[in-house]
Design a protein around this ligand. Structure first.
Ligand SMILES: Cc1cc2nc3c(=O)[nH]c(=O)nc-3n(C[C@H](O)[C@H](O)[C@H](O)COP(=O)(O)O)c2cc1C
Length: 327
């Protein structure tokens, strides 16, 4: 019997496939379908702060609020906003209905929320919290380090307020990612989700106005996450959940070989329905059988940079041979 279970955020998941935070995980029907199809865990849709501002004053202290590019689109246009009370109820209902870990996702970063609400999330039965942080740097006087410090302060603050395991989901746009990732871990992240795919903006050339960009990822978008999972997995010292562009068992296997602890999927389910999870799980076990692997740990991280005899090949950015014409 093949063992597809993995350990993530202190819980045993029966498969490494986690359904990522989205409208798919905002209803009991979606959560049930995910569990029935074979998902290992579900990340609920993010609860965003009510007020989206760059900073607010709370208790005489300046508290940052992650300005989230997804908030406007996902909350207002898609009408998927659950109030905080309903969110707690959803956690409770999900826990009662399915036997896989339920991860709450929060974009609420002020102390005002966390002191009390964090405890209520715990009491409602959430198994972990995923903190979805997206700060859009737009102040020309703010250096990159200051932006990173804002992330770290948020993680540190949330860590102090809750006892649940904490995952931190970030985008790919950091200059010094290895150091930053290790600082996120030190600030209290038990897992990093690499990477969020943000709301894309486009321009309508007829209307000459802003328009929403294409909402879903394609399989070709896997590569940024794959490279960074393979580079960080040996060193970062916390769980890594790969996200963006995972649409098939091949994508799942690649990320596990690179060293991911789990993978997260969203767009593929929007395109193909929840059944794709079952197909991917079956394709994963067929591949394991063919390769003679009995458990995920037999091959997890086999192709991480730290396990490689040729670590430089993970860092190659230029098409040197193509540019110089040397074959
Ligand atoms: C319609 C939609 C809603 C989403 N809502 C959230 C959200 O509330 N919180 C979050 O962290 N990510 C959200 N995401 C991002 C996904 O969780 C995921 O990180 C991203 O789509 C990349 O994964 P994929 O390539 O499997 O789609 C959303 C994505 C979509 C398409």
């Amino acid at each position: 019997m093949l063992d597809t279970s993995v350990q993530y955020l202190g819980h045993t998941l029966r498969t490494p496939i986690v359904i990522s935070s989205s409208g798919l995980t905002n209803t009991m029907s979606g959560i049930r379908q995910a569990a029935e199809a074979g998902a290992g865990a579900v990340v609920l849709k993010s609860l965003f702060e009510e007020q989206i501002e760059s900073t607010i004053e709370t208790d005489g202290q300046e508290m940052e609020l992650a300005m989230h590019p997804e908030a406007e689109q996902y909350i207002s246009q898609m009408g998927m906003h659950l109030g905080p009370q309903r969110y707690l109820e959803l956690i409770g209902e999900a826990k009662a209905a399915v036997d896989i870990p339920i991860i709450a996702s929060m974009n609420c970063v002020t102390s005002k929320w966390w002191g009390n609400y964090g405890k209520q999330i715990e009491a409602a039965g959430a198994d972990a919290v995923e903190l979805n942080i997206a700060i859009m740097p737009r102040d020309e006087s703010e250096p990159a380090e200051a932006v990173e410090k804002r992330y770290l302060r948020i993680v540190d603050r949330v860590r102090q307020q809750i006892d649940l395991p904490l995952a931190v989901k970030i985008g790919p746009y950091f200059t010094g990612l290895p150091k930053f990732a290790s600082e996120l871990r030190k600030a209290g992240a038990s897992a990093l989700v690499l990477f969020n795919r943000f709301y894309q903006m486009d321009i309508d050339i007829e209307d000459e106005s802003l328009a929403p960009g294409y909402q879903f990822s394609t399989p070709e978008e896997i590569y940024t996450s794959l490279r960074w999972v393979s580079i960080l997995s040996g060193d970062v010292g916390c769980d890594l959940s790969a996200s963006t562009g995972i649409h098939s068992a091949d994508g799942v296997i690649k990320q596990l070989l690179a060293g991911a602890t789990t993978v997260q999927m969203c767009s593929a389910l929007y395109r193909s329905g929840f059944e794709i999870i079952t197909r991917i799980r079956d394709d994963l076990t067929a591949w394991m059988e063919r390769k003679g692997y009995k458990s995920i740990s037999d091959f997890q991280g086999k192709l991480s940079q730290s396990a490689s005899d040729d670590p430089e090949s993970y860092e190659r950015l230029q098409y040197i041979k193509a540019l110089t014409g040397i074959s």
